[in-house]
Design a protein around this ligand. Structure first.
Ligand code: NAD
Ligand code: MG
Length: 396
């Protein structure tokens, strides 16, 4: 039996992961499941899959979790420290699917016992790519991509020499507002931005898709994970979300990965790697689909993409600041405090502030490993700066 843990088990990726694990209960021993405030579901899943321990990220949720697990023999715990202790329990495979920079520390910690970390949490790579990968190398742990585009690139590279790669193209659906005229974007509400045309995902990543911040993060993720140069990584708008990525080689070949928009494919690939196994996803009927469309991204409509390129060129703690400012901007947008387009404006202002005031921390350290304490410190400062600067945006 393989020992598995799922961090962020109650979320969209977490639930898809449990769906796959739950189909073959004889093959897995579930060690830890973690979640947030949704302790009822967390406890139900822990009972159904007979987990060793269930952990909520929030201390205040512990009594409810304990009550929901009463009589089951399953341990209950709460808080950031408990998440790290759960990550210390040895596993063969761990899913990192907490949303945001909060997923960094538990994922990093789980690398210490080797095994495989299936990384849905792209923020880990954006915030601390070199740290995560060096920690994995140090402990002989394997990191596998779960983001659909990066899983697609990873699959297209099987049996290939990465030195022969000229370019990598990741596709973007364009998100909920792709057909809106640019002039109208300023008026987009949270509800408008939360309706993804193709993927069924958590609310935050759905809004990030509409603003293209999700793709911006994925550019940085591709650079960090595979080591491509920023100028080798392109975005292509593809409204059907069936081609997930393409890898271009030095002989002109483009290897495209085509599959249904169902995250259980990428999760299942990481779960079964290096093998392939049957997965319960739709089989595409391309004759019926008939047509696949592609177009160049509009950098004016989606300034997040340009920001990501600047972040990749600068390096250092720029990714940490970018992610933290983006998470704060998203919180403020969801709270109705800033507009849809203010998110990119705010992230840009925060980045510019750090670039001007702390050039050494945000430049010239490309691929240098920055310790977790420094990373988390800058993450916190960037969030504070973003909240300080936000009122200036609405004041005009
Ligand atoms: P989600 O919001 O649906 O779920 C997030 C999970 O993290 C939940 O279990 C929640 O309880 C937990 N969580 C959130 N904040 C926490 C905190 N502070 N402490 C402890 N737990 C916390 O998110 P999701 O859509 O499943 O995305 C998870 C990760 O996967 C993100 O990094 C996202 O970018 C990435 N991802 C998601 C998709 C997708 O289709 N949803 C695709 C590619 C990558
Ligand atoms: Mg993706």
């Amino acid at each position: 039996m393989r020992r598995v843990s799922v961090f962020g088990a109650t979320g969209s990726i977490g639930q898809s992961t449990l769906d796959l694990i739950g189909r073959a209960p004889e093959a897995y021993h579930v060690v830890a499941l973690t979640g947030g405030r949704n302790v009822k579901n967390l406890a139900e899943d822990a009972r159904r899959l007979n987990a060793e321990i269930a952990v909520t990220g929030y201390d205040a949720c512990l009594p409810a979790l304990k009550e929901a697990l009463a009589g089951s023999g399953i341990e209950a715990a709460a808080g950031e420290q408990a998440l790290l202790e759960a990550a210390d329990r040895p596993t063969d495979w761990t899913m990192s699917a907490i949303f945001g920079a909060a997923g960094l520390a538990p994922g990093l910690r789980s690398l210490r016992h080797g095994g495989t970390l299936a990384l849905a949490n792209k923020e880990s790579l954006v915030t601390a790519g070199p740290l995560l990968l060096s920690e994995a190398a140090k402990h002989g742990a394997k990191v596998l991509p779960v983001d659909s585009e990066h899983s697609a690139v990873f699959q297209a590279l099987v049996g290939e020499d990465i030195a022969h790669v000229e370019r990598v193209i990741i596709t973007a659906s364009g998100g909920a507002l792709r057909s809106w005229p640019k002039e109208k974007l300023a008026t987009a509400t949270v509800a408008d931005a939360s309706a993804h045309p193709n993927w069924d995902m958590g609310q935050r990543i759905t809004i990030d898709s509409a603003s293209m911040f999700n793709k911006a993060m994925e550019l940085i993720e591709a650079k960090e994970f595979f080591g491509f140069r920023p100028d080798q990584i392109e975005v292509l708008v593809h409204p059907q979300s069936l081609v997930h990525a393409l890898v271009g080689f030095n002989d002109g070949a483009l290897m495209a990965h085509v599959g249904p928009s169902d995250m259980r494919h990428a999760i299942g690939y990481a779960l079964n790697w290096p093998e392939r196994a049957h997965l319960p996803v739709e089989r595409l009927d391309l004759a019926k689909i008939g047509q696949l469309d592609f177009s160049a991204p509009d950098f004016e409509r989606w300034p997040a993409l340009t920001l990501a390129h600047h972040v990749m060129e600068r390096g250092g703690l720029s990714g940490t600041i970018f992610n933290a400012a983006k998470e704060t901007a998203l919180d403020l947008f969801i709270a109705g405090e800033i507009g849809f387009q203010d998110m990119a404006r705010l992230v840009e202002r925060v980045l510019q502030k750090f670039w001007a005031e702390e050039p050494s921390a945000t430049n010239g350290h490309n691929n240098a490993v920055i310790p977790l304490e420094n990373t988390l410190e800058y993450d916190q400062i960037a969030r504070i700066r973003a909240r300080e600067i936000a009122p200036e945006l609405t004041a005009g």
